[in-house]
Design a protein around this ligand. Structure first.
Ligand SMILES: *Cc1c(COP(=O)(O)O)cnc(C)c1O
Length: 174
């Protein structure tokens, strides 16, 4: 997916918009208390509420007890984040999400190439994304990759993208 460089038209906004359409009564998005500000902007732009989760000592990942305390029937999505390529515990986030009926969006924006037991990060959550924007490890200046294992969800994501991502010939050329 590429987009026109306006802040906010990133894979995460497409993911959040799609999930909120599937679960309109849920509005909370649980993120690590230390993460990229673009994550907070995307949650705000999707019209959703940010819920911060305290970190594990010595890691950027969410603390398992704090994560459980932060999630309930209002939770739309949990965003385990592989910040700076340090691999977060996506299986734990999936277990908590399944308990409360929420989704997991794996933020691999800073982790293209990172592997967990030999398998790329970004593939364990319901949705995963990588960023190819300026400043990331591998960049095509702007854009990103949005992944979903479930074909129906993938179809919905591409419909949302077609609807909300503006088309700009100039940015495509750039
Ligand atoms: C850059 C970044 C994002 C946003 O991704 P873009 O595709 O650049 O909009 C989200 N999360 C983290 C951790 C990031 O570093």
């Amino acid at each position: 997916i590429s987009y026109n460089g306006q802040w906010g038209y990133h894979p995460l906004l497409i993911a959040l918009t799609t999930l909120h359409e599937l679960q309109p009564q849920r509005r909370r998005v649980v993120v690590p208390a230390f993460t990229c500000p673009l994550v907070a902007i995307a949650v705000h732009q999707a019209g959703l509420e940010l819920q911060l989760c305290d970190l594990k000592p010595g890691h950027y990942d969410m603390d398992p007890a704090a994560l459980r305390a932060a999630c309930d029937e209002r939770t739309l999505a949990i965003i385990p984040t592989h910040l700076a390529g340090r691999v977060a515990d996506v299986d734990d986030a999936m277990a908590v999400a399944r308990d409360v009926g929420a989704y997991v969006i794996e933020d691999a924006a800073q982790a293209l190439g990172a592997r967990d037991n030999g398998i790329s990060v970004g593939l364990r959550g319901d949705i995963g994304f990588f960023s190819l924007a300026a400043g990331k490890g591998l960049s095509i200046y702007e854009g990103g990759l949005l992944l979903a294992r479930d074909p129906a969800l993938r179809e919905q994501l591409s419909h949302t993208a077609a609807r909300i991502v503006p088309n700009s010939f100039g940015w495509e050329c750039k």
